[in-house]
Write a protein that binds this ligand. Sequence first.
Ligand SMILES: [Zn+2]
Ligand SMILES: [Zn+2]
Length: 189
Amino acid sequence: MQITNVHEVLQRCIDYHGHYCAGQSLGVRIAKKGLELVAAEDQKDLIVFVENDRCIADAVLMATGTRLGRRSLKFVDYGKMAATFVNLKTDTAYRVVLKPVDHDKAPRDDGQEEVKERVLTLEDDELLSWKKVKVRLRKEELPGKPERIVNCVQCGEKVFDAKDLDGNGTVAGPFCVSCVRGAYYEASI
Ligand SMILES: [Zn+2]
Ligand SMILES: [Zn+2]
């Protein structure tokens, strides 16, 4: 699994994302480098962690063939321009980060062909940095059938994939995360 034709892949990213932006070219470059580094032979051996939910996230998922709903793409909410590539078969992982740009010299993100080309043709080390890392994936986080499904003792909703929590101190669980730590939403009338 490698990206050989960056232009073709970029076009697929633009179609999926809905517009061209520098994030698409940058995401393709991050994906290309990550795929080279971990050298997964099969799609099912590849897991990608993407560290933001901005433009590059769409490009990384399209360019790598990973999907959130297939558990091959993991979203980690760090707000960083980075992604980690894991080859499950060889147990190899690399984190690829976009280098900070010199804003005076950086191409303006105005969607021009020239900008697109420049991002696609810069040398890897002008654009990116990368490091070998170790990612510990629990079996409940891998693709495949759910290993654990429980009902929260408080709200009664099902919780998949061992995301449940033990007792809240006074009552034995399992609890869902929102019942123990509070939810991102509030009840409304
Ligand atoms: Zn965009
Ligand atoms: Zn609950």
